[in-house]
Design a binder for this molecule. Sequence first.
Ligand code: ARG
Ligand code: ZN
Length: 865
Amino acid sequence: GFVHLEDYAPPAWRIPHAELAFDLEREATVVEATLRLEPDPGQPGHAVVLDGEELELLDIEADGAPLPADRWDYDGRHLRIDGFASAFTLRTRARIRPADNTRLEGLYTSGPLLLTQCEAEGFRRITFFADRPDVMPTWRIVLRADRAAFPVLLANGNPAGTRELDGGRHEATWENPHPTPCYLFAIAAGQLRRVTHTLRTAEGREVELNVWAQGDDVVRCHYALGAVERALRWDEQRFGRCYDLEVFNVVAAQDFTMGAMENKGLNIFNARYILADEESATDEDFLAIESVVAHEYLHNWSGNRVTLRDWFQLSLKEGLTVFRDTEFSADLHSRALKRIEVVRLLRARQFAEDAGALAHAVRPDRYREISNFYTLTIYEKGAEVVRVLQALVGEEAFRAGMDRYFADNDGRAATIEDFLAAHAAASGSDLSDFARWYAQAGTPELWITADYDEASGDYTLQVDQHTPPTPGQAHKEALPMPLRFVLFAPDGGVIDAAPETDAPALPGGGVALTQATHVLRWRGLRARPLPAFNQGFAAPVKLRFEYDAADLAALARFESDPFNRWDLLQRLASGALLHTLDPEQATVALGDALGALLDDDAADPAFVAECLALPDFDTLAEACDVVDVDELVARRESLLDRLAEEHVERLQRRYESLAAAAGDGLTAPAMAARALRNACLAWLTRLDPEATLAQAQFATATTMTARLGALRCLVHFEAPGAAAALAEFRTRWAADPLVTDKWIACLASRPHPDTLDDIGELLASSWWLPTNPNRVRAVVGTFSRANPLGFHRRDGAGYRFVAAQVEKLDGINPQVAARLLGAFETWRKLAEPLRHQARLALASLQGRLHSGDTRDLLQRLLDDA
Ligand code: ARG
Ligand code: ZN
């Protein structure tokens, strides 16, 4: 059944303090929980109801005496205790089986390690507890285990003593003094090694930072450790937030369902977001590591100190923390490149989610399975909504609003209303219309029409806002948002005059759109101007304005906003590919613009590389009402071929001239040089059936960025030497699961329908590890999300393959299986015969799925809403 937002009631029993003792063993761990339970005086007369799943209850006592059997009942999901009207202490002992836990929720094994993942509802698989975020005890955690197998014993909070026990066992105690919900509980035990660094916070607290990994992996933890320190300092400077414990521990795990987890004082990470050196990790990997490390660190305030009242508020921590981590990356590196990265993801994936069968609001009002709401909408759109708020109130008022939010809600379980109340108070603005951003699904569209009167020189822009219907939400209201714009004179000069308009002016320039329609009017312009909009992508919308190819090309020269310069070229490319512009004119204009960029040695090579990367398949498909996969891919390939041929000499020149700059080192210029060289190499390889450059780059590469860039070219263009390069790469990195995932993903994304045969071979080999989420994603996730020609095979075999894997994986790790089903979110837009094939593949799963995760998703995919 559904959980509904409107049904929220505060907990009838509170748990101010919890003490847990673990006797850790791989096969069977015994958990003793001692909980102080206090009734809410406002809601007397409730039984105590605790969550508990797959727990073997061994003992139960209240206030030191065994609880008689007629006072409690455990049905496998809930433990119900009757007959208490006032505070008491409950003690339970239960046995759990970590080594059998392939779901990776609760306590599980990853190789020799014992680890936990509790968010959202995994803690109930560890012990009996009120598994909801508004129950926030302080914690004392005791870990006991064999010293040889588990020399390191970590939990949340501060270390509070260790001692030796009999029989080669030892014990460590941890205390977490901050009120913390159980989804932030964590332990990690095993043969872990660390890199460490001690610093003093701006408040004067000495903090030990540790990053832990297994065995030799520890040498690849230095970059992550540096990222922790950078994030800590940035939050002090930018948001005035300090760290609040004596230690901050980070642990890398090879088996981890998601990216990482912000457990209080003990972040646990998917190893791919920790382990890196230049030999084994690409520049993109390094940047992703820094951003995920920052994301989890920054949760310490946005999520942990201020936590969530209920899971409907998920974006209150996730959207806000993504906003914060992208600001962190933008401040440390290039703001424009970060914005381009974010908008690419938003357009390719979040816009598609917002328009597909799984569309939901940033704050949904019901769910069956909360794990299915860790989505691009909650995270990325949620972050955009925070950015819109900042644009509307201005940066200064926004910072004051954040201070107020943290101050007013510290130690509390908050709601989106609390967040908006703090910002409304600090900025003095009425945010009641703004709250619609959280309730309304779908991507808003701005339709802008221009009118120029030659005689008077009057120029008007009419801005109409419209959001298309989404499942269960037919009618949409206007959303307040910034509209930034610049008018250019025909010679490229900026027209400075402010328009007459009823739309309020914004602190950072532009106006606030507050209604469905606004008009902006300029008087007495000497010639029809050329307008550019949405600089920096300040509003997360689809913007419609009737440009022709010449307009876009001119604007790309006039515009000083780097994001928009990139975006104008993306528009030219989309227009050429989707035929919304005259394809020939658009192609010529795009070719000229790219030629000029390639000739411009003063432009940041990383920016040029972004401009060479045309809109990807998902972004193009998102813009179509009906998706003809083969046609779209074919058009994109032929545009790329033509542009590559047009610029072959320029590409060669840049490839060569950046060779020295692209050597080793993680400096911005070196990374930029490698990015542009790889982009040039991919274009040049199209033209060279021998793939000479790619073979040479592969043979001489000194960084993974260069090596993988070359391997991708060889494999994807089916060049001679591809098999040999793959074999060499595979052998060299056979012992490294993360690098192995890279060649597998390279293979699984080869753009050809027969890639499915290679995948069949992989699945029959020892490379296939269905219990390892990274490996499953490298094989099945890459195939379904990054291989349109394979997944959308006309015979439906791609769909049937993914459906069959979903069914198998459902019995292993339901969250991973449910994620894979997401590849079908826009199946209704597919042109026949694909639509029919997709429906058949989905329908074949009906009645064959067992987890709540996959059943919820399948039902939403097939619902006729
Ligand atoms: N809070 C984590 C993060 O974003 C993600 C946890 C995801 N858990 C899940 N069951 N989906 O940093
Ligand atoms: Zn997060």
